[in-house]
Design a protein around this ligand. Structure first.
Ligand code: ATP
Ligand code: MG
Length: 415
């Protein structure tokens, strides 16, 4: 028989990996709720147009990373490469564009991109993300970022990351900037990578986000948007920075942050770390003002971010923050007559919120061995004589101490 491996760029989440994964999602779910975000779950595949239109046809994702295929009915569908387009599509599809704005949405789930797999970069990976839909105010940008930072603090990894913020300006700022970029890059066109030469015609801003080494010197020498911002765009950016200060979120301004997707305007930001090599961006996002319209809705200025769960998990590992395995209590009946009462006690412990396990068979010695193997913190031993007296032995498996406790009090004693 063939022995199968997971498909290239995918991985199984087992043991420590799964615990880190869950810790990230749990923290994000809990903290985002404190900020008023409501969780949505949108489909894992969508009509290809949902992504092709919204991400822009010169983005890396659309140019080479989408998992698109024709289904049996001949429709082109795509496994979602990111979460924002689906959330915006859902806002429109569900008729939520009129009342109730702004809406604050949290999501978590798998994403799919055809990439060259390496540490921190996979073909199926997972994201957590936030969107604040229908909020033109710079306070929304700052609050979304503050929530992301709070999640990192909750995970104990904020010391290893820094927030870099930039503005992409409004449409007039970007038009002026685009012209300046075209002038700069056209003068050195042949030195650019093939991808970037194509972008020079279609979307020169995207060159700033190029991953080709060949493009780096020209990108480093490129003009920045700050010389081309309108007064409004500048005021907006300054307000975002002021609100970030008010929220106490440390940040630096980095004009190199442009984000890989087409739909951003005004704020763009990344939380980056030195601890993950070239996969250094853990959380990234910004403001997008045209995306809900692309999905057939009214103008709905919005802001959001997404973070890679695996990359946050790698940071947990690097910071020694991997959650330990669960430590249940092992219930151990000694002799047939103890089986029934042992099951009663097992369920009483579980109802009291105490993780408890019972081995399916074996004598006292075997069951104690298993208790140690599963990392039980205590064993509750139900011997026939003691049971007759309404008592059980609790053995602390860390300290090695043992005491006799009334059966009714076992749960309280272990709580
Ligand atoms: P990168 O520059 O690393 O390719 P990106 O700009 O394509 O990232 P986004 O689309 O902004 O990434 O996604 C947000 C976050 O999702 C990233 O910062 C990263 O943490 C995570 N991420 C993106 N692609 C992958 C992947 N293939 N594998 C694992 N995590 C990923
Ligand atoms: Mg990418």
């Amino acid at each position: 028989m063939a022995m199968f491996q997971p498909a290239r760029g995918t991985h199984d989440l087992i043991g420590e990996d799964c615990r880190r994964h869950q810790a990230v999602i749990d923290a994000a779910r809990r903290i985002s709720a404190l900020y008023g975000f409501e969780e949505w779950a949108t489909p894992i595949f969508e009509d290809t147009k949902v992504f092709a239109r919204s991400l822009g046809d010169t983005s890396d994702v659309v140019m080479k990373e989408m998992y698109s295929f024709e289904d049996r009915g001949g429709e082109s569908v795509t496994l979602r490469p990111e979460g924002t387009a689906g959330v915006c599509r859902a806002l429109v599809s569900n008729g939520l564009v009129q009342g109730g704005l702004p809406r604050k949405v949290f999501y978590a789930g798998p994403m799919f991109r055809y990439e060259r797999p390496q540490k921190g970069r996979y073909r199926q990976f997972h994201q957590i993300g936030l969107e604040i839909l229908g909020a033109p105010e710079p306070l929304a940008d700052a609050e979304a970022i503050a929530c992301g930072w709070h999640i990192q603090k909750e995970l104990g990894i904020d010391a290893g990351t820094t927030l870099e913020v930039n503005t992409l300006g409004d449409a007039p700022s970007r038009d002026a900037y685009r012209a300046a970029l075209v002038a700069h890059f056209s003068a050195h066109k042949t030195a650019l990578s093939e991808d970037s030469q194509l972008r020079l015609e279609k979307n020169p801003l995207r060159i700033l986000d190029s991953k080709h080494l060949q493009d780096k010197p020209l990108v480093a020498a490129a003009p920045t948007i700050f010389d081309h911002l309108t007064a409004e765009a500048r005021a907006f950016f300054e307000a975002v920075l002021r609100h970030l200060d008010a929220f106490g979120v440390p940040h630096t301004v980095n004009p190199g942050i442009v984000r890989g997707l087409d739909y951003y305007s005004h704020t763009a930001f990344e939380f980056v770390t030195q601890r993950l090599g070239t996969q250094g961006t853990v959380m990234a996002g910004g403001r997008y003002n045209g995306l809900v319209e692309e999905m057939g809705g009214p103008p709905t200025p919005s802001v959001g971010w997404a973070a890679g769960v695996e990359r946050l998990g790698l940071l947990l590992e690097a910071n020694g923050r991997t959650p330990g395995p669960p430590r249940p209590v092992a219930v151990i009946p000694v002799g047939d007559a103890a089986e029934g009462p042992a099951l009663d006690l097992l369920q009483a412990l579980r109802r009291a919120g105490i993780a408890a396990e019972i081995a399916y068979r074996g004598n006292l010695k075997r069951r104690m061995e298993r208790a140690n193997r599963i990392g039980a913190r205590a064993a509750v031993i139900l011997g026939e004589e003691e049971m007759a007296a309404g008592r059980a032995q609790i053995r602390d498996l860390d300290a090695g101490t043992q005491e006799s406790v009334a059966i009714d009090e076992v749960a309280a004693r272990l709580a």
